[in-house]
Unconditional design. Structure first.
Length: 409
């Protein structure tokens, strides 16, 4: 039986064996794996009717993919036999084992998988919410703005372009600088790069969390003449004046920078209802959900698992991380459902496809210790390759749609 959304007035009484909050990559992957394992009565709580393949948004912003290639109807990815509850989760009471839903309804669960993703806090930088989408400001982090990024890049022939990275954890940590490299390579090919000042604002003391790739990216930025501001973040935007304020936390100074093009990545956090719930990690920032770094089980509630962007795990928030987390979460959930202790372990694997040119890419793969964990050990992971770019553009999307979301990979 194919999954169908429950009508807004459908009764949700009775206990659901497994409730999955979130119909993104993490939630759908888990639901598919549970069904393949023979688990019945799996419900996915997801209000949106569109499922997005977000890794391509950077290439949309770089003029290398169309936005229509990045989405499908949510119904088309919902696993067969799964009940799709098209409501919004508003709260979780892990003691009562209930989820409060939009429409003044409530769901009771036996086990819970928390995978609602994160939220973009456009209001976290004064002036950003008002400026984005206007006056030379765009962002690849929202589908309504990604095509605009390419229009701004394509039309620019001189001036100052600024690319920012917030000081919060974000999904796809390399994306803020990947779009800078795509833009710079486009301007180089158009022979206008010398007339454009490029500034890259990064909050960390290095270009990239994994030191081995940080050194490579330093050379990439230097190749394009990009001014890299480490230990810095954008703290205000004046869209009318086309100026931003950048705080340098290294020396305690502030700088006002005028821009002609601003690619701004907003601060990000857990959804507000997760922040205010008992599931949030009190020791972690931005309200992300507590989860054991290896088993993905909540430390206080044995029947709750968290994975994907919402989980407070010391690794990058990427689709590749979800691909490795999903089988661990499902395996341990099955252990718990059958009265066993969790036996599966996640080692923190994640990967970041670092696009460094319009036809070149590095694939950074590493674990909790930030040590390289290459899937193809015979290839030099620190060499920019056209084959890797082709894999990202044309190979990974079908792997995602037909492998990861179906629970096969």
């Amino acid at each position: 039986m194919a999954a169908t959304p429950s009508p807004s007035n459908a009764p949700l009484s009775g206990r659901h064996r497994v409730a999955v909050i979130g119909g993104g990559s993490a939630g759908i992957s888990v639901a598919a794996r549970l069904r393949r394992a023979g688990v019945t009565d799996v419900s996915v709580i997801e209000p949106s009717d569109t499922h997005w393949y977000q890794p391509l948004w950077t290439l949309v912003g770089g003029g290398q993919a169309s936005l229509r290639d990045t989405h499908r109807p949510e119904a088309s990815v919902m696993p067969d036999g799964v009940r799709w509850i098209r409501r919004r989760a508003l709260a979780v009471d892990p003691e009562a084992r209930t989820v409060t839903l939009s429409g003044d309804d409530e769901l009771t669960y036996e086990t819970l998988v928390l995978a609602p993703g994160l939220q973009l806090d456009w209001g976290g930088v004064p002036g950003l919410a008002e400026a984005v989408g206007h006056n030379g400001v765009s962002s690849d982090y929202a589908p309504e703005y990604a095509p605009r990024t390419w229009e701004l890049i394509r039309r620019m022939h001189s001036g100052t372009a600024v690319f920012t990275h917030p000081a919060t954890p974000i999904k796809c940590g390399g994306a803020p600088q990947k779009i800078a490299y795509l833009a710079a390579d486009h301007w180089r090919r158009r022979k206008v790069l010398d007339a454009i000042r490029i500034i890259l604002v990064i909050p960390d003391p290095a270009m990239f969390r994994a030191p081995a790739w940080s050194q490579v990216l330093e050379k990439v930025a230097a190749r394009y003449g990009i001014e890299v501001r480490l230990n810095s973040e954008m703290t205000a935007v004046d869209g009318d004046a086309r100026e931003i304020t950048v705080d340098d936390h290294g020396n305690g100074t502030k700088e006002t920078i005028g821009y002609d093009l601003l690619h701004a990545v907003p601060p990000q956090s857990a959804p507000d209802w997760v922040k205010s719930s008992p599931l949030a990690d009190p020791a972690g920032p931005h309200g992300f959900a507590a989860a054991d770094r290896h088993t993905l089980r909540h430390p206080s509630y044995e029947n709750v698992f968290a994975l994907g962007d919402v989980a407070n795990l010391p690794t990058s928030k990427t689709g590749a991380a979800v691909r490795k987390q999903a089988p661990v979460a499902v395996g341990n959930l099955l252990d718990v459902m059958n009265g066993r202790s969790p036996s599966h372990r996640y080692d923190g694997y994640t990967s970041c496809p670092l696009v460094t040119a319009r036809d070149r890419m590095l694939l950074a793969e590493f674990d909790y210790d930030l040590k390289p964990a290459p899937s193809l050990p015979l290839l030099d992971p620190f060499k920019e390759r056209r084959t890797m770019w082709l894999f990202k553009r044309y190979g990974l999307p079908p792997v995602y749609w037909h492998g990861m979301l179906t629970g096969r990979l």
